[in-house]
Design a protein around this ligand. Structure first.
Ligand code: NAG
Ligand code: NAG
Ligand code: NAG
Ligand code: NAG
Ligand code: NAG
Ligand code: NAG
Ligand code: NAG
Ligand code: NAG
Length: 342
């Protein structure tokens, strides 16, 4: 989501009794607040982190770099963890440069930001924004749960985000703003953010998104798994996301080949290694390699997202995103011949 993808389609801000006092500072401040940085922040956390990130975890470094660099806010170090069916944890401590020629001290009071689907006006999340103190810059210290009140709404958005459809969210909230000696201003945030989704299928099929770095056959099978592998996954974003137990179905030439489990998928900064346990039809695999198109032992395996759960509970908003993943992985079995034949 570059800045141009975010259209401001409805703005309104309230200020009580403050405009007359120090117009210059107030005007400057209003101009600054027009950047709506906290609304972007909230919308980003809710929509992008929860829906888009899990989807784009394999690949698209260029896309994501642009996506992030075009943003004013620096998300380095943001951690999404402990996903539950109706909540997850967000943590980040960050110094922010306010920019925009704004200086002075004050604070934006803590407030509950409500995130809605504009058409239905259904609230699906409340993000408790902590008090933010300014002093030239600001320190944002977030370490709290984000509760989801309409998981289906978020799952719908996840699917739209994953299939290149446009969607919108409405953020509302009523924080108080205290700036220097000025009287407290009561803000009325009411903002619709229009965003475009992205074609996940295209993204996950880019080269270099993930590599199989080790592969061991389990013979006899362990807990129904007949292989154990490690994959290295590129995280194109500067934050980390704990997704939990993720399952993919595998196909070959349109037929079922088996499945893989990633018992604890975590996307850390840059590249992270994740354990994969799986069960595949070995004879089909070897047959395909031998009878293939004559280019060595290369096989193409279809990878379809199936589910995501954490502590045994389905995480519907991640599942929806995972189910949008469809990729073809090309693997040269000769690279793993020693473990396959050993
Ligand atoms: C946010 O909502 C919760 C739950 O309704 C409430 O306990 C809390 O005081 C609210 N926070 C603010 C800053 O209004
Ligand atoms: C996604 O949708 C936008 C606007 O509808 C379109 O311009 C773009 O080409 C689409 N991208 C893909 C990959 O289909
Ligand atoms: C996404 O990209 C794939 C592969 O390029 C294409 O087959 C599919 O139609 C695209 N989906 C959408 C919704 O644009
Ligand atoms: C799979 O491999 C990893 C790393 O080599 C190891 O820690 C783990 O115990 C293995 N799991 C099974 C079920 O063999
Ligand atoms: C996968 O391997 C290619 C080629 O060695 C490399 O360029 C790429 O960075 C690797 N990707 C990951 C996620 O390790
Ligand atoms: C994945 O496999 C499961 C179990 O075999 C099956 O129920 C499900 O329909 C499959 N999903 C997809 C998307 O192929
Ligand atoms: C990730 O990559 C960036 C840019 O290459 C580097 O500055 C940073 O230290 C890396 N982080 C980790 C944890 O390796
Ligand atoms: C994967 O390969 C199959 C068969 O080769 C093809 O039909 C399908 O469109 C490919 N999927 C993607 C996402 O490239």
């Amino acid at each position: 989501m570059s800045k141009s993808d975010v259209e401001q389609s409805s703005d309104s801000e309230g200020n009580d009794a403050t405009a007359a006092t120090k117009p210059t500072l107030w005007q400057r401040f209003k101009a600054h607040m027009k950047k709506w940085w906290w609304v972007y922040l909230i919308a980003f956390i809710v929509i992008v982190l929860v829906t888009v990130l899990p989807i784009i975890y394999v690949g698209i470094p260029h896309f994501a770099n642009k996506y992030i660099n075009d943003y004013d806010y620096d998300y380095t170090g943001l951690v999404i963890s402990n996903p539950r069916p109706t909540a997850f944890h967000v943590k980040q401590k960050k110094l922010m440069n306010m920019g925009g020629g704004f200086s002075g001290s004050g604070h934006l009071s803590a407030f509950n930001a409500s995130i809605r689907v504009p058409d239905t006006d259904e609230e699906f999340a409340v993000f408790p924004v902590p008090q933010i103190d300014f002093n030239g810059g600001a320190t944002l210290d977030i370490d709290q749960d984000l509760d989801l009140s309409c998981v289906d709404c978020l799952a719908d958005i996840a699917v739209k985000a994953a299939t290149n459809k446009s969607f919108a969210v409405l953020a509302t909230g009523h924080p108080d703003l205290k700036l220097g000696a000025l009287p407290t201003a009561h803000l009325n945030i009411h903002k619709t953010l229009d965003m475009n989704g992205y074609n996940v299928t295209e993204f996950v099929n880019e080269n270099g998104a993930f590599n199989v770095t080790s592969l061991d056959l389990l013979d006899p099978p362990v807990n129904g798994y007949n292989f154990n592998a490690t994959i290295s996954v590129r995280n194109p974003t500067p934050f980390s996301v704990e997704m939990g137990h993720v399952t993919f179905n595998l196909t070959m030439g349109g037929d079922e080949l088996g499945y893989v489990d990633l018992p604890n998928l975590k996307l850390e900064e840059n590249i992270s290694d994740n354990i994969v346990l799986g069960n595949v039809d070995k004879s089909k695999l070897i047959q395909e390699a031998l009878l293939g198109d004559g280019t060595g032992a290369t096989v193409t395996i279809g990878v379809r997202g199936h589910s995501c759960d954490y502590n045994g509970q389905d995480i519907p908003y991640f599942s929806a995103a995972i189910r949008a993943v469809s990729a073809n992985a090309t693997i040269d079995l000769l690279n793993y011949a020693s473990s396959l034949l050993g």
